[in-house]
Design a protein around this ligand. Structure first.
Ligand code: AVJ
Length: 308
């Protein structure tokens, strides 16, 4: 069984729940990855710029914290500028990018090979929402897990706890972790970041239905759906949904799903954590938060965690 049956199963299961839902990891097909890169350059989407700025400004301290010559493991690597900064400063013994998209992984690995011919690159095609076994490290290099971009915000606090426990096991007692976390802030700023004026985030969200049509032969009519994103303050998260503009029936393979007017498919959570909240979460997973780097506006945090 390849990836397609799993995609189909996940879609059928998600659309069969009382609150219909789809896993956000499926946003990132070729079209979705392109749209996400456009999101990262939007004026309203401060996340990428804030993280890049704080990484640039603190790269020396970050490298000292992680230690030179480590095995650097990056989850959800995609194609990242921050990674290049880090590789240059850290001079890792090996770099293990982990990504759900095989083409994105291969493209990124090729580019990095060209830029850093001295670096051993071991791409791992994997989905980190499930437990993942990493290739055994060569030598005794200390392992450092890098999880930037606030991707951890896609996980519920329970899932984030399980993920941090898994990476705590992977880095071992001497290891460290760098986690990029989006901070709680003015809800207007958050709202604008997920409701950009150019409609790129809307296109990104709607592309999920397009992908289901393309890959699973479904018949979602994209004109009958609207992007809907809001900040859920009590839960501390942005929620993205796709709202059905009218009562309709959609076929996915042999399955039929009925949608009421205004009913939504929940497509993504993006949790925001205060510094204290994230430290508490890391502590429960067996990490001590030793370092904290932030951008000047206090929009985004990079936490340096050591095994407790
Ligand atoms: C890549 C998961 C961090 O939650 O901000 C951007 C994805 N969704 N705009 C985020 C996203 C809508 C992004 N993460």
């Amino acid at each position: 069984m390849g990836p397609v049956p799993i995609f189909l199963e996940d879609v059928i299961a998600g659309l069969s729940r009382p609150q219909k839902a789809l896993p956000p990891k499926y946003f990132y097909d070729a079209a979705g990855s392109k749209l996400f890169e456009r999101i990262c350059r939007l004026p309203e989407y401060y996340v990428t710029r804030a993280e890049l700025a704080l990484t640039r400004a603190n790269i020396g301290a970050i490298a000292r914290f992680a230690g030179r010559g480590c095995a650097l493991i990056e989850y959800g690597s995609g194609e990242s500028l921050k990674t290049r900064l880090l590789i240059r400063a850290l001079r890792p013994a090996a770099y293990l990018p982990i990504d759900i998209s095989e083409p994105a992984l291969q493209r990124a690995a090729l580019k990095l090979e060209r830029a850093f011919p001295w670096l051993e690159i071991v791409p791992v095609n994997g989905d980190f929402s499930r437990p993942l076994a990493l290739p055994a490290p060569r030598g005794l290099a200390k392992r450092v897990v890098y999880f930037p971009g606030s991707t951890i915000g896609n996980l519920t606090p329970g899932e984030a706890h399980a993920f941090l426990r898994m990476t705590r096991g992977q880095v071992g007692p001497k290891g460290a972790m760098l986690v990029g976390v989006d901070l709680k802030k003015d809800p207007e700023v958050l709202h604008a970041a997920y409701n950009d004026s150019r409609g790129v985030t809307a296109a990104f969200n709607l592309n999920l239905l397009g992908r289901i049509n393309r890959e699973l032969g479904a018949d979602f009519d994209l004109r009958r759906w609207r992007h809907y994103a809001f900040y859920n303050a009590p839960l501390g998260r942005i929620e993205m949904h796709l709202a059905s503009l009218e009562a309709q029936i959609v076929n996915v393979g042999n399955y039929r799903f009925a949608f009421a007017r205004g009913e939504t498919i929940h497509t993504e959570n993006s949790y925001k954590y205060s510094v204290e909240e994230f430290r508490a979460l890391a502590a429960r997973a067996g990490f001590t938060a030793e370092k904290l780097w932030m951008d000047r506006k206090g929009l985004f945090a990079l936490h340096g965690l050591k095994a407790a």
